[in-house]
Design a protein around this ligand. Structure first.
Ligand code: ARG
Length: 594
């Protein structure tokens, strides 16, 4: 159970031990129960709360046994192990457990020596994470930014755990709007077949073509013809479509590059031939119904709205692309798990999707896990929908640019430009700007709306990226200020032990060893704010430790180093390692100086 190679986190290890005891004490019952961290120090570090349920089920079998008795019976069967130091059974039957200091300090030392390994994977899963997904020629807005940030972090967590993750960008690159875009392209840049049209502002181009579409009957007719030609794969129309997509793609890619986000583009257009075959299949099997010229499909759930599979003009929809995509992901990609990251506004769309996919046999919920990771809307500081002062939707590039200049201001106000080299300053500026935007998004429960405020996210106090980035540079500087090199630390890890005797040392050690538990929790509810709360907890435990325990003792007057506590420097190192792993998952870039 405590072999570091198969170590699954403290919580999982204790759960295994307690479950062995439970099965041994009550072989007739089939109960699954997990250990939880205790709420108060007087209840130990972790608790196992199966007694109530056991007592109830025994009663159903005609056996009377109070929870306190059950608790004692289970506790007496706990197998010998190195993790638990002390056990107490509370009157309500809770089994309170205290961790072994010896076990914990060894485990942490192992992490300093070999790096932090992910918990052992029971099965490597093929996981599709569908995120970001902006729409071509339309604005990539803050909702897409949320999807991009949250989706990337979820993908990172799953990748760190060792899963096989496919990061898919389901770009909105198909649909009838391309008819008017191509018609407008033909008029404005007739040479588009030979050279890339110099469109500066694609959104403006979109608005122009929309205006013509709404006001000019001839143009509208041509736009429809263009759609038909495009879907018929007519060469020149396909070329125009490609060029418009290419302009969008460059804009999106520049945002992904700045935020260091990797995605595979597989837009709605990718599924065109699969949509055709899917529609054919659904028609043959009798799942489609005629409704006012459209072909619609109902899911299994009664009373929910149907999907529109074929429009009255014969075109496909967003719904059709998602039906083809879910089928492709399960049948061709062999996905064990599909995760969709979009705003909460689409949760009903996804309910209908699962339901239709299950009804027609594309998806079997007992074999494939599907989650819709929904999130709230981004609000301005006035708590109204996030807009620019002039009332326009905020352009993402402008938002990132503002982040950079605000970050620069903040660092300059702390006089960092006179302390850091230009390269260090530039790195700190970017780490703070992109880090604060990501962290502010991730540290809130994603289902809530969230207020976008540069002032709040650039605060260096509280649970913010700036605070965290500073914390790690400070921790790392403790050893380097005493001229201890990382080589010396590695050397020290061979002989020194992790300190646990001081109350604050022990508290920090336990916090650091919760990392695996927190990661596993994320795979359950896909909420990243747990990890941010955890990070904050680690940083606070570190501050308490550092305030109470000297790492380097100096002469008060001369500043001369009197004593170096190597063991405590190892604890600092362990803290930095855990925090940096969290940074990696949250997409934050640590800096050496800031
Ligand atoms: N393009 C869509 C939007 O902007 C999001 C697509 C999400 N993914 C999906 N498979 N439906 O709302």
């Amino acid at each position: 159970i405590y072999d570091p190679e198969s170590f699954n986190g403290i919580k999982e290890a204790l759960t295994q031990i307690c479950m062995v005891a439970l099965r041994e004490a009550y072989p007739q019952l089939e109960i699954e129960q997990v250990v939880q961290p205790s709420g108060k120090p007087m209840f130990g570090d972790y608790q196992f709360n199966a007694a109530m349920q056991v007592s109830k089920e025994l009663k159903n079998l005609g056996i009377k046994c109070a929870p306190a008795e059950v608790g004692k019976a289970i506790a007496s069967k706990l197998p010998a192990n190195k993790i638990i130091d002390k056990v107490e059974v509370a009157p309500a039957g809770f089994i309170n457990m205290w961790l072994s200091k010896e076990f914990c300090r060894n485990l942490l030392l192992e992490q300093v020596r070999c790096g932090i390994k992910p918990p052992k994977l029971e099965k490597r899963l093929r996981i599709v994470v569908d995120f970001s997904a902006p729409n071509v020629a339309k604005q990539m807005h803050v909702g897409h930014l949320r999807s991009t940030i949250i989706g990337d972090s979820i993908a990172r967590s799953l990748e760190f755990l060792g899963h096989d993750v496919l990061r898919i960008n389901h770009v909105g690159d198909w649909g009838t709007q391309f008819g008017m875009l191509i018609a407008h392209l033909q008029d404005t840049f007739p040479n588009y077949l030979n050279e890339m049209p110099p469109i500066e502002d694609l959104q403006k181009f979109y608005k122009e073509s929309k205006l013509r579409f709404d006001t000019d009957e001839d143009f509208k007719k041509r736009a429809y013809e263009c759609v038909v030609n495009l879907q018929g794969h007519e060469k020149d129309h396909v070329k125009g479509w490609q060029q418009i997509c290419e302009i969008s793609r460059k804009e999106f890619q520049s945002i992904y590059d700045q935020l260091n986000i990797k995605l595979i583009e597989r837009g709605e257009s990718f599924y065109q031939s699969r949509m055709e075959s899917t529609v054919e299949y659904l028609r043959e099997k009798g799942f489609l119904e005629m409704d006012d010229g459209r072909l619609i499909m109902f899911g299994l759930e009664e009373g929910n709205i149907p999907f529109t599979i074929v429009k009255s003009d014969g075109g496909f929809t967003y719904d059709t692309s998602d039906m083809a995509a879910i089928r492709q992901r399960i049948e061709e990609e062999k996905a064990d798990w599909i995760i969709y990251v979009t705003d909460m506004g689409q949760s009903n769309h996804f309910k209908v999707l699962y339901s239709c996919a299950e009804r027609c046999g594309f998806y079997d919920p007992s074999k494939v896990r599907i989650d819709h990771v929904g999130f709230g809307v981004v609000l301005g500081e006035d708590r109204k929908k996030f807009k620019t002062r002039s009332g326009d939707t905020v352009k993402l590039q402008e938002l990132l640019d503002e982040g950079l200049s605000r970050s620069e201001e903040t660092l300059k106000s702390k006089n960092r430009h006179n302390v850091l080299t230009p390269e260090e300053f530039e790195a700190a500026k970017k780490a703070v700007a992109y880090g604060c935007i990501k962290y502010a998004d991730l540290c809130h429960n994603r289902v809530n709306d969230y207020v976008f405020s540069f002032d709040k996210m650039l605060d260096d106090k509280g649970n913010t990226a700036v605070y965290m980035l500073y914390a790690v540079t400070r921790i790392r500087s403790i050893a380097s200020n005493a001229n201890i090199t990382s080589k010396q630390l590695i050397e020290a890890a061979k002989t020194e032990r992790i300190p646990v005797d001081h109350e604050k040392e022990w508290k920090l050690v336990k916090a650091l060893l919760r990392f695996h538990d927190e990661l596993i929790k994320i795979t359950e509810d896909l909420c990243l704010h747990h990890l941010c709360e955890y990070l904050y907890d680690v940083a606070s435990s570190f501050t308490e430790f550092y305030d109470a325990c000297y790492c380097i003792e100096k002469d008060g007057k001369t500043g001369e180093v009197l004593k170096i506590h190597m063991d405590r420097l190892l604890l600092c190192e362990a803290t930095a390692l855990v925090m940096e792993k969290c940074f990696w998952i949250l997409g934050l870039t640590p800096v050496s100086r800031m």
